[in-house]
Write a protein of this length. Structure first.
Length: 320
């Protein structure tokens, strides 16, 4: 079977959700191994084992936490020389992109970025890459080994299917050249809100909301449902809400149980970031809006009247 290596990104010692999504896909492709670097790596191995890793290569050197990308690249290049994996999977995140690009250059290998899927074919791997705002999907074959593929977040659903992983110490000597760009400060943004990427319910607003002054209506509904508020690119570009709320091709990808699109037309740029939602509800004045064609439930009407009424109904149900 093919040997699949997953780069497990750690956030404060915990495995990033994006990496667990990769584990679910990797199990379909071959024998799964993972690499975890930095503080918490050994503890993370237990989680990765539950998600299908046969072995996890770990190194808890503080350099992986304090320096940017290059120490991880050094470790992965060393691991590649020993294990020769057929495929290395990375999440399409800012940190993993830094590492994957450097590793591809180091190994003289190609790299396929921003993929939504990867499949085994003819003894190699083919990645599915959306383009034209998600309207088209290209099949891109990795011609060499290892194949290096970056996968968009929320492309796969997290599921536990495994046991315990063997922990293997990854010994690597980090040269001074790998300790150049370093982190000088970490700032944690305090927030009581549910994270957009992890919310089970997402309510996103578009131009049909009329203006930034009406977005608190969506916040009220999200609060009642225990969800998070997102937005279309159009309203972000207009300055109504910050970029951190943008859902779509150039924003965040979400995969909630329920996605409520309020006043959003449904351009491909937006829908590529939310089309894997389990249930899609659209509220729009235009019954012919593209979003209505992909919605499980479409409500035609004035969002500024429907949303407050829906919020009141949810609160009444909870209090009842």
């Amino acid at each position: 079977m093919a040997s699949i290596l997953v780069y497990a990104e750690l956030n404060e010692g915990k495995v990033a959700t994006t990496s667990l999504e990769l584990m679910a896909k990797a199990r379909e492709l071959g024998d799964v191994y993972a690499v975890a670097l930095g503080s918490g790596a050994k503890a993370a191995a237990a989680v990765l084992g539950k998600h299908g890793a046969k072995a996890v290569h770990v190194n808890e050197d503080a350099a992986f936490d304090d320096y940017i990308a290059e120490p991880a690249t050094e470790a992965l290049a060393s691991l590649h020389e020993k294990e020769k994996p057929d495929l290395i999977l990375f999440g399409f995140t800012s940190d993993s992109r830094e590492v994957a690009g450097r590793l591809a250059a180091r190994l003289g290998s190609g790299l396929i970025s921003n993929a939504s899927d990867v499949v085994a074919k003819d003894g190699g791997f083919v990645a599915k890459v959306p383009y034209f705002g998600g309207a088209k999907v290209a099949s891109m074959k990795a011609n060499g080994k290892p194949a290096i593929v970056l996968i968009r977040p929320k492309s796969f659903e997290v599921s536990e299917k495994g046991g315990s992983a063997e922990i293997k110490q990854l010994d690597v000597v980090l040269a001074d050249g790998s300790k150049r760009a370093h982190i000088t400060e970490r700032v944690v943004e305090a927030s009581e809100k549910v994270k957009l990427e992890e919310a089970r319910v997402v309510i996103s607003g578009g131009r049909g909301m009329g203006g930034p002054q009406n977005f608190p209506l969506l916040e009220d509904l999200a609060s009642a449902l225990g969800g998070a508020v997102g937005a279309s690119r159009a309203v972000v570009d207009a300055g109504w809400v910050p970029y951190s709320m943008q859902v779509g091709q150039t924003g965040k990808s979400v995969r909630p149980g329920v996605y409520i699109a309020v006043g959003i037309s449904g351009a491909m740029q937006h829908t590529v970031g939310m089309k894997t939602s389990k249930v899609i509800i659209a509220i729009n004045k235009d019954a012919e809006a593209p979003i209505m064609k992909m919605a499980d439930l479409g409500v035609v009407g004035d969002a500024l009247k429907i949303v407050p009424a829906l919020t009141a109904a949810v609160k009444a149900k909870k209090n009842g």
